[in-house]
Design a binder for this molecule. Structure first.
Ligand code: NIG
Ligand code: FE
Length: 399
């Protein structure tokens, strides 16, 4: 690296904390990737290239939000208000959003998704997974995935979200539609398939397995919504099918925890959903102590968790789920990447994509210490400033 400038490079210095390593640290970006990161006094000799001094601010990897339902129309604030007044969450509200989403045009859906994706980026999310699941018929699900594909490569077919209203009382027929014609139309636009699998209130183990098998045969990776509404077969099925992730995990048995710990399936926790449905939080400590891989994501959707904020999710995980800040930050970055089976994102090691967040804070602990405060100063994606601004020459240091 010595002896001449690195083309297209940017050297970030004055980092107060890098990931969770104390500073001062530095990071060299070249060709959109991290070329070097570590303590400033070990920075290899390097001439030329642009430089920016972040004045003691903390730098963390960009958040990997591995679970969102970002394509939808309408809103359900009244449902939220009713829940806050004591009504429990039931998955039936999904059909309210199905009606609105079916009625929306593709460009209306794309406009809404664009605004939400921009909101997520501004709060530090540099990779988003986005699901279908609010049209529940072949052309509409395909339309949702076309919209999602405009914003991310991590697209997920969720035809098995709930039973389409036309199929009420005929769940098995709906499952055939999902695993047949709907999957055939959607598979070219999706990287993943997901099913909402519960003992009651969604698809049972056999129905879910049928959809997942068909999706795997069509070349899709697998994910499961499971154990959200109560104890159930979701986590076990995810492990059985070698799914990349089982998401929610609010009600896990000891056997589920053990199975997850001995598997390559990530347990993705979505505390925004518990927060906004006033439900008990999942026990992250139990999963971590057993050795399971844990991810944190927003579950952004108009029903159970209408937030794009990974900083909120991190704060909730530390405050309510017995995770340390280090565990929560890891779960929101590298854990999310693992849940998407990606190793090019979620960290700041050489060779990884230069996706990072400069915090308006001296340490990442401030994400929990200053809840609800926007601490995202700059967001860099693929080595380019994507949101916010660099502290810049002459800006006050943070310490
Ligand atoms: O992840 N669990 C199922 N699906 C969503 C809820 C979607 C909705 O209520 O619109 C979830 O929480
Ligand atoms: Fe979800």
């Amino acid at each position: 690296m010595s002896g001449g400038s690195v083309p297209d490079s940017l050297l970030v210095t004055g980092i107060g904390e890098l990931g969770l390593e104390g500073g001062p640290a530095a990071l060299l970006i070249a060709g959109g990737q991290v070329a070097w990161s570590g303590p400033a006094d070990r920075l290899p000799e390097q001439a030329g290239g642009e430089r920016v001094d972040v004045g003691g601010r903390a730098v963390i990897p960009g958040f990997v939000d591995s679970h969102t339902h970002l394509v939808f129309a309408g809103q359900r604030a009244a449902e939220w208000e009713a829940r806050m007044a004591g009504r429990p969450y039931a998955a039936g509200g999904i059909l309210t959003t199905v009606r609105a989403t079916r009625d929306a045009t593709e460009s209306q859906l794309a406009d809404r998704t664009r605004r939400l994706a921009a909101e997520a980026l501004r709060s530090g999310t540099t990779t988003l997974e986005v699901k279908s699941g609010y049209c529940l018929e072949p052309a509409g699900e395909e339309r949702m995935l076309r919209v999602a594909s405009g914003f991310t490569a991590e697209t997920t077919f969720l035809g098995a979200h709930v039973v389409a209203p036309e199929y009420a009382g005929r769940t098995d027929d709906y499952v055939e539609l999902v695993a047949g014609e709907m999957l055939a139309r959607c598979a070219p636009l999706a990287r993943w398939a997901d099913v909402f699998c519960e003992e009651r209130g969604a698809f049972d183990a056999d129905q879910s397995r049928h959809v997942l098998r068909a999706a795997a045969a069509a070349g899709l990776g697998l994910r499961v919504h499971g154990n959200q509404l109560g104890p159930g077969p979701g986590a076990g099925l995810a492990v059985e099918m070698a799914a990349a992730s089982v998401d929610h995990c609010t009600h896990l048995s000891a056997g589920d925890v053990e199975a997850l710990a001995g598997s390559g399936t990530v347990a993705t926790l979505l505390p925004g959903a518990e927060f906004s449905t006033r439900s008990p939080y999942p026990d992250a400590r139990r999963l971590l102590d057993a050795g399971a891989r844990v991810a944190l994501a927003t579950d952004c959707n108009p029903g159970t968790s209408f937030t794009t904020s990974m900083p909120l999710v991190v704060a909730l995980a530390v405050r309510e789920m017995r995770m340390t800040l280090a565990e929560a930050l890891d779960a929101a970055t590298a854990g999310g990447a693992a849940a998407l089976r990606r190793d090019d994102i979620g960290g700041l090691s050489p060779g990884q994509r230069a996706d990072l967040v400069v915090l308006e804070a001296p340490t990442a602990a401030w994400l929990g210490y200053r809840p609800g405060v926007d601490l995202v100063r700059a967001v860099v994606r693929g080595g380019q400033l994507a949101a916010g601004s660099w502290p810049g020459r002459g800006a006050a240091g943070i310490a």
